[in-house]
Design a protein around this ligand. Structure first.
Ligand code: HPA
Length: 293
């Protein structure tokens, strides 16, 4: 049966999130995790292994956060893990909500709003993407320096939420200082980290070759189906954002092979070792006061 966009379903169904209160979610999260994280790290498809590196970790399933649906995409386990990484208190979000699942703005961006309610001011996003620019072959890590919102909607539509700007500046969506830190960390580790523009599409189908040619003309260097709404809300809230994309396939039409989600997961897993090392090094270098105990 077809379901209208934003219609409320069961826990596993698409939701518009009208009954979701990010402050309440943040309270539950803070109570259960017993820590006040400094950084949020959002892990995309096939990139979940970073959570295993946390010390003194505590986890909480998305199903325990009031109003959250379960994350419904294979490779996205759907849980929070809080703990220490390189002496810093971090919150890892394994899995995210996508528009293509039928979720509304409130659900897709609830984790960002909860992070702000928890006092977090820095978000590191990771995602998987298809490479459009010639040098962005599978396994490459990309520093996202800008994006194109081609999802046909904005998460800021409607009434202005508390603490958010009505007309947020988007001239610098990805924090230049964090980008410099990421590049220094990558260079220290001998990891190549080219910069590029992320074309954010709605999905869930992969693109046609003609759409990929269009994206290239528009200035997208990679294409993916996530991150853009969360970054828009993060900027509306004044959070600093760093985004790293793992190129997991050549974009449609650039390879004779059909694309599959299994390929995305496999390539993500293969690149996850380098991504893990890079994120650790970045976290180590982000200025802040390391805390003990
Ligand atoms: N297109 C859109 N999203 C993606 C792709 C792609 O080729 N690869 C991974 N996520």
């Amino acid at each position: 049966m077809e379901r209208a966009r934003g219609e409320t379903g069961g826990r596993n169904g698409p939701r518009n999130g009208g009954d979701l209160d990010p402050s309440r979610g943040a309270e539950v999260l803070a109570g259960r995790l017993g820590t006040s994280p400094e950084l949020l790290i959002v892990l995309g498809s096939g990139l979940s292994s970073l959570a295993d590196a946390l010390e003194d970790s505590v986890s909480l399933g998305f199903d325990e956060v009031p109003g959250f649906p379960e994350a419904g995409v294979a490779g996205h386990p759907g849980r929070y893990v809080a703990g220490r990484l390189e002496g810093r208190r971090v919150l890892i979000q394994q899995g995210r909500f996508h528009y293509y699942e039928g979720h509304g703005d409130a659900i897709v961006t609830a984790p960002t709003r909860m992070a702000a309610a928890l006092g977090i001011d820095t978000v590191i996003h990771t995602n998987a993407s298809g490479g459009i620019r010639g040098d962005l072959t599978p396994g490459t890590l990309l520093l996202v320096e800008d994006h194109l919102n081609l999802q046909g909607r904005t998460p800021l539509e409607g009434a202005v939420r508390s603490g958010e700007a009505r007309f947020p500046d988007m001239s610098c969506p990805y924090d230049p200082e964090l980008a410099r830190i990421a590049e220094a960390a990558a260079s220290h580790l001998g990891i190549s980290l080219p910069r590029g523009c992320y074309g954010g599409v709605l999905g869930p189908n992969f693109e046609t070759p003609a759409e990929v040619r269009m994206l290239k003309v528009l200035g997208a260097h990679v294409v993916g189906m996530s991150t853009v709404p969360e970054v828009i809300v993060a900027r509306a809230l004044g959070l600093r954002v760093l985004a790293l994309s793992v190129v997991v396939n050549p974009a449609s039409g650039l390879t004779p092979n059909p694309l599959s989600h299994e390929e995305v997961l496999e390539a993500g897993q293969m690149a996850s070792g380098a991504l893990l090392r890079l994120i650790r090094e970045i976290v180590r270098r982000i200025p802040g006061v390391p805390q003990s105990g």
